[in-house]
Design a protein around this ligand. Sequence first.
Ligand SMILES: NC(=O)c1ccc[n+]([C@@H]2O[C@H](COP(=O)([O-])OP(=O)(O)OC[C@H]3O[C@@H](n4cnc5c(N)ncnc54)[C@H](OP(=O)(O)O)[C@@H]3O)[C@@H](O)[C@H]2O)c1
Length: 261
Amino acid sequence: MVIIGGRYAVVTGASRGLGKELVIALAQRGVSSIMIGTNENVGIVCAEINARYGVRCVSLTANLCQKEEVMALAEKINSQYEIFMLINNAGMGGSRAFLEADADYIDRIIQLNARATALLMHELLPNLLKRERAYILNIGSMAAFTATGYKTVYPASKAFLKHFSYGMREEFKGTPVSISYASPGAMATNPEVTARIEKQGFLGRFTLKTTEKIAHKCIRQTLRGKKHIIINPLSYLFSAITPGCIKNAIMTKIVKREVVR
Ligand SMILES: NC(=O)c1ccc[n+]([C@@H]2O[C@H](COP(=O)([O-])OP(=O)(O)OC[C@H]3O[C@@H](n4cnc5c(N)ncnc54)[C@H](OP(=O)(O)O)[C@@H]3O)[C@@H](O)[C@H]2O)c1
């Protein structure tokens, strides 16, 4: 076994959006990441970050919807790298009428958001547990707090992540590994999400924050061992005090505008 020097953070979905910003926030603290993406673009982004911040990030590719690829990735990381942080950020979602969404789309959301996170934690925890202090951050969503029609599988997958993260945090209490869950609201990370946020009107804009701010808050609070990293306190408060029967109906009405013309 060849262990490559230094201690790394593993960041999934690191080629763009919040994942790339998390890698930059870590680089600004002198931490090098193992950046995971689906294709060679992640290597290009990795080289740019190394040149700009003087870190030694490396890039690996894997389709995290495929169990074999998740397992092979974890094996490669365990055989070559000492890691002290795992950030499960890669995720996908969207707004579709349930019966108009194809079966593969539904399957991919569940595999990426839920299964890949659980398997990566299972496979990489032994590596993390060898450190004096180590961290896992799972990127969820404000969507986890509201059962929303026309999104259905996405909020359910993020609710899975929340409960899973909290349960794992209990199980690993007293060990070197601290497990955090973050629930960002809207981020204009790609053209599809940006168009969706615009269609949501005031509510979409209300929770909007830059990925840079969110990434720094996530890293700061993960390193402090925070259980739930709340990105938008006002929308979280609104969500916490509004009964499910009201917020579920309001959100479904708003999201319906995105899919029904
Ligand atoms: N954007 C929002 O408004 C919002 C709000 C709340 C929560 N979130 C959550 O925040 C996280 C980041 O969102 P984002 O908007 O920054 O995402 P994004 O811009 O859509 O980027 C997605 C990232 O995930 C990677 N990815 C996608 N499918 C993958 C697969 N099958 N295997 C491995 N990697 C895969 C992509 O890699 P490639 O580039 O190689 O495809 C990319 O790096 C997600 O978990 C999302 O659910 C987002």
